[in-house]
Design a protein around this ligand. Structure first.
Ligand code: G6P
Length: 586
């Protein structure tokens, strides 16, 4: 993970700080920046969220060259020593790094033998120590050849007016504005500074100043690249009256649906859908991590119902160990909000190497996954800032619904239009009261059958991510085969029941919990009778949409339940501990 940014121009400190705020979703264990002016460096570092850095910074309007970093710790504890930028032994070169250097121990041992001193434990410091020489293209090339692993690097020297860079696997982009030049892990950093940006590919390296960008490809040949237009629509910097981005983003699910309905009528998307239909495949794989994997499970349930072929849903980090039958007849759909998740990217390369047809469903059209796929279907959710994914999950499921409907030859606009009119975010008063109760427990179980079990998994993930309450999801029927041993009066069980055909069976499982003293909560779209109402301590009822949209309708209230519980416990739901939004390490 981690986010890097470099800036050449005036007001370097405040512009780098703005960039760090925009990159904070990539990690917030520590942050730092180094600015070069008059052949000298000024450095600021702080542990914790990016805001902690602000009070240390002395604003300076003068022209300068700076680099900055926000960290998600991998090698080495969270400390000032391990905070980027890192420095060469002679102190004249500073760098920021996103990625993992796999051979860092070997390189470090060698450097220690040569008498180098290391102040911290990071793999990134090892790269800095390889720069005890003049910073120029030859030396960058020499150092780059020694590195095995992933890296996005921005490097400055006291004696150079350029920012040097190199990229392998970790994302990196450059933009030239009218009054400044920038490099960053995410083009959202360029909004307000430039109209276009250049995407760097693996193996590329070079240098840039305010006036020029010089890029070498992996074969050391100079390449000329045309900037692409920066799309301003994805930025989401204001909470717009909401206390947190997470709550704002839950409510933006409706906007995402409206945007999808608009975009998926366009000529461009219709052409992509036609292209998808032209492929010949006899198996479908849906692949993702975390919430995106759960969206894949929902999409898989649509596809399994619609087509008479095998549909597999796979966790990206596991797919290569399963010896699956992936070949040129396999449609491999990669789902990723960020489009940069390292596990999903690795799974994509694996499926590509086996001849699979690669399709992406992402929220970031400029991302690595979107670019590596033969077709990318955008989810049109707009930038998602809260670490726990909400509107992106909703939008991913909708796009997978559209792909299924289109391949089946069904209209998708009218059903989506009807669903839009029925969207129900649940009753805040009941959800808040329930959240206050849940906040007092240290474990919570979720159960459901069929698609409701998928929703149970996603709801459980949301709750544990942001409240740190231990939580797990079980298929209702599976409970009695083990997990019921954990049920007593100290355990609330959240029952999700939106499928009429499965309602009675799920209720029976709920009664088994009740008989053992467990507290029961029901999330449903169905009508309940008085006997059911007596059995449950709380019932959250939302409007009943068409069957395919039940999981999307019910998840909105479950996302809000997790949110209100985190707020009740005094946690910041936007920045849960130990997590990052974009996980760019395997
Ligand atoms: C991280 C995030 C999750 C997200 C997952 C996959 O774990 O915290 O919210 O679901 O990565 O991310 P992606 O960008 O590939 O959807």
């Amino acid at each position: 993970m981690c986010g890097i940014i470099g800036y050449i121009g005036s007001n370097v400190e405040s512009n780098l700080y703005l960039g760090l705020e925009r990159l904070e979703y990539r990690g917030y264990d520590s942050s730092g920046m180094t600015i070069k002016r008059n052949n000298d460096f000024t450095t600021y570092k702080a542990t914790g969220v990016v805001e902690k850095l602000k009070s240390t910074i002395k604003e300076n309007e003068e022209f300068g060259i700076g680099i900055a970093h926000t960290r998600w710790a991998t090698h080495g504890q969270i400390s000032i020593e391990n905070c980027h930028p890192h420095f060469s032994s002679n102190g004249s070169t500073a760098l920021v790094h996103n990625g993992i250097i796999e051979n860092y121990e070997e390189l470090k041992d060698d450097l220690i033998k040569k008498g180098k001193y290391f102040y911290g434990q990071t793999d990134s410091e090892v790269i800095a120590k390889l720069f005890d020489c003049k910073l120029d293209i030859n030396n960058l090339r020499r150092v780059k050849k020694k590195l095995v692993g992933s890296y996005a690097l921005a490097i400055i020297s006291k004696n150079s007016d350029y920012i040097y860079f190199a990229k392998n696997k970790s994302p990196l982009y450059i933009a030239l504005g009218s009054e400044c030049a920038l490099i960053a892990s995410d083009p959202s950093c360029f909004v307000g500074f430039a109209d276009g940006y250049i995407t760097l590919e693996d193996g590329e390296y070079g240098k840039f100043s305010q006036k020029e960008v010089i890029i070498y490809d992996k074969n050391d040949k100079i390449v000329k690249k045309q900037p692409q237009k920066l799309d301003f629509s994805f930025i989401n910097e204001e909470k717009s009256g909401y206390q947190h981005f997470m709550l704002k983003e839950i409510y933006q699910s409706r906007l995402a649906l409206e945007k999808i309905m608009e975009v998926y009528r366009s000529y461009d998307i219709k052409e992509k859908l036609k292209e998808l239909k032209n492929y010949e495949f006899d198996r479908i794989y849906l692949i993702g991590c975390g919430t995106a994997y759960h969206a894949g499970l929902i999409g898989g349930s649509y596809m399994r119902e619609a087509f008479n072929i095998d549909v597999f849903c796979e966790i990206a980090s596991e797919i290569m160990y399963k010896n699956l039958n992936i070949d040129e007849k396999s449609l491999c759909i990669f789902i990723s909000q960020s489009g940069e998740t390292a596990d999903t990217l690795a799974a994509l390369e694996y499926c590509k190497s086996r001849g699979g047809i690669i399709v992406a469903v992402t929220n970031t059209e400029y991302s690595s996954i979107a670019r590596k796929a033969s077709i990318n279907f955008p989810i049109c959710a707009g930038q998602e800032k809260a670490v726990a994914s909400t509107k992106a999950y909703f939008a991913q499921c909708i796009v997978l619904y559209i792909l299924t409907s289109y391949l089946k030859g069904n209209d998708y606009i009218l059903p989506l239009y009807n669903f839009k009119r029925q969207i129900d975010f649940g009753d805040d008063n009941i959800l808040k009261t329930l959240a206050e109760k849940l906040a007092g427990y240290d474990k919570v179980f979720f159960i459901g059958r069929g698609r409701d079990y998928i929703t149970a998994q996603e709801a459980s993930l949301k709750l544990k991510e942001i409240t740190y309450i231990f939580s797990t999801a079980q298929p209702s029927g599976e409970l009695k085969h083990g997990v019921i041993a954990l049920i007593d009066k100290s355990v609330p069980v959240i029952v999700i029941a939106t499928d009429e055909n499965l309602f009675n069976k799920t209720l029976n499982n709920a009664y088994e919990i009740k008989a053992r003293g467990g507290k029961l909560v029901l999330f449903t779209t169905l009508n309940t009778d008085s006997e059911t109402e007596k059995a449950f301590d709380y019932i959250i009822k939302v409007k009943k949409p068409e069957k395919d949209f039940m999981p999307l309708q019910i998840i909105l209230s479950l996302q809000k339940l997790a949110y209100f519980t985190a707020v009740t416990k005094g946690y910041d739901p936007d920045k849960p501990r130990n997590l990052a939004k974009s996980v760019t390490v395997e």
